[in-house]
Design a protein around this ligand. Structure first.
Ligand code: HAM
Length: 468
């Protein structure tokens, strides 16, 4: 029996991994512009961190965590309940507390990229091991951590990232879930309203009404919607400070040209949120259309035994970002990036090919190196499949006489070049690649190279390298 990847996990293969790298690289560049720095926390943590941080009553903690009892290996060790992280905010706040990051000047602006684990029912866009790119802004109130300007800045940064990646057709949904005191009053009103209606709702809602009434707003069951529409909304229960905070977030978003819609039904699946909560959805993704989510968590540090440290952050579902990117791009997944193909043909040609490849690569050309056992035809076919038009051939004689030949795959023309000119030629290739001159308007002459001598194509032992 063959062994397969575990349900809900998957292998990410080339060429798609190029898209993942592009997303991560672009995120790093954008985060740097906003002065964020990277944090890497462990992939597993003490189970208590999530129970206290994310909340016992959440779906994530109550039924989706990968938790195990870690045995003690020595008398000095204790057995401990450990959990694969289902999200990274709790880990970041734990690290903030553990390393007393509040003693560092100003706000901590931290980002992370990595796998998270939730035992959810797998479907398109929903996995048990998935990847998040997230960021958190956290610090003492005196450093400005509570300011609505931080919320707006984080949202505006996300729009910059979406634009840089050319992800279109997104919607930013915004809500304020209030401070704990507003929410307490709201929860009472909600429970009261639910008490008369909950028997007519789905089993999930009946459970939520008891454990986590706010989550009733997440229900997607069509028959429940008319009832949910009659329930009170948090927007009617915000206190003056919450309301003012939310109005200021919106004012900055408007001023910076960030489009959003208010959704006063928006609730999040983690208990730590206070005030601003948001989600970005994307049109091409179907049921799992939330490409990222986040919000403010002003009480999380204290809930984990730390000092007062309001914060705001988000996590992008990288799997979904990549899906949106692949769906939205005309070219789809990029081809192999190799710029040159070196095919050593015939016995003994691996050695000069390796030397040429080294020279090419040190000059910055991306080289795919073949093997001397391959036939010339196979090399040309490979070159053509990769969309490569020009072939540079170094035959056995040429190697001996320090020469090589350049062949144009389209016209079939071939020219000899002295090895002394190799460096110039390599520079020419690099220039070609860097200029991305696929139109072919650049010629050796336009690069100050001598005009070529055309010779016949030799089919005995030779090294060829193929360039785009
Ligand atoms: P979350 O809404 O649970 O928030 O997850 C953020 C994003 O991760 C979702 O919008 C979705 O794109 C992606 N995601 C979640 N579960 C899965 C899954 N099973 N498969 C694929 N993608 C998934 C958080 O995790 C918070 N820690 C965000 C945050 C940071 N809030 C404040 N700071």
């Amino acid at each position: 029996m063959t062994i397969k990847a575990v349900r809900g996990t998957r292998d990410l293969l080339p060429p798609e991994t190029a898209l993942w790298n592009r997303v991560e690289q672009t995120a790093r560049e954008v985060f740097a512009l906003y002065n964020f720095a990277e944090i890497r926390t462990p992939i597993f943590e003490d189970t208590q961190l999530f129970a206290r941080g994310v909340g016992e009553a959440t779906d994530i903690v109550s039924k989706e965590m990968y938790t195990w009892e870690d045995r003690a290996r020595a008398q000095s060790e204790k057995a401990q309940s450990l959990t694969l992280r289902p999200e990274n905010t709790a880990g970041v706040v734990r690290a903030y507390i553990e390393h007393k990051l509040w003693e560092r000047p100003g706000l901590q602006k931290l980002y992370y990229i990595g796998p998270q684990f939730r035992r959810e029912r797998p479907q398109k866009g929903r996995y048990r091991q998935f990847y998040q790119i997230g960021a958190e802004v956290i610090g003492p109130p005196a450093a400005g951590s509570e300011s609505p300007a931080r919320d707006a800045e984080v949202l505006e940064m996300l729009v910059t990232l979406l634009n840089r990646l050319s992800i279109k057709d997104w919607t930013l949904e915004l809500n304020s879930v209030g401070s704990p005191s507003s929410r307490q009053v709201f929860n009472q009103a909600l429970q009261k309203a639910l008490s008369g209606a909950v028997e007519r709702m789905c089993v999930d809602c009946q459970r939520r009404a008891v454990t986590n009434p706010l989550r009733v707003f997440d229900c997607k069951v069509p028959e429940d919607q008319p009832i949910i529409n009659t329930l009170p909304r948090i927007s009617g229960f915000l206190d003056e400070a919450d309301r003012k905070h939310f109005v200021e977030v919106q004012a900055i978003l408007k001023a910076t040209g960030v489009p959003f819609i208010i959704n006063d039904r928006l609730v999040r699946g983690l208990d730590y949120y206070t005030r601003t909560a948001f989600e970005f959805t994307q049109g091409s993704l179907g049921a799992q259309n939330a490409i990222l989510g986040g919000g403010r968590y002003d009480g999380l540090s204290e809930a984990l035994g730390g000092p007062r440290a309001p914060g705001i952050g988000f996590a992008i579902g990288e799997d979904r970002f990549v899906m949106a990117l692949a769906a939205g791009s005309e070219t789809g997944i990029p081809d192999s990036a190799a710029q040159a193909y070196i095919a050593p043909l015939g016995e003994g040609m691996n050695v000069p090919a390796a030397k040429l490849a080294r020279e090419m690569r040190s000059a910055g050309v991306q080289v795919q190196l073949g093997d001397e056992s391959f036939r010339l035809k196979k090399s040309f076919e490979t070159a053509e499949k990769l969309g490569i038009g020009k072939v540079v051939i170094v035959g056995e004689n040429e190697v001996a006489s320090d020469q090589f030949a350049v062949k144009d795959l389209k016209s079939g023309e071939q020219q000899k070049v002295d090895r002394a000119q190799l460096r110039t030629w390599i520079n020419y290739f690099v220039w070609l690649f860097q200029e991305r001159d696929s139109s072919g308007s650049a010629t050796p002459a336009s690069y100050g190279l001598p005009s070529p001598t055309i010779t016949g194509c030799r089919k005995d032992k030779f090294v060829c390298f193929v360039i785009r």
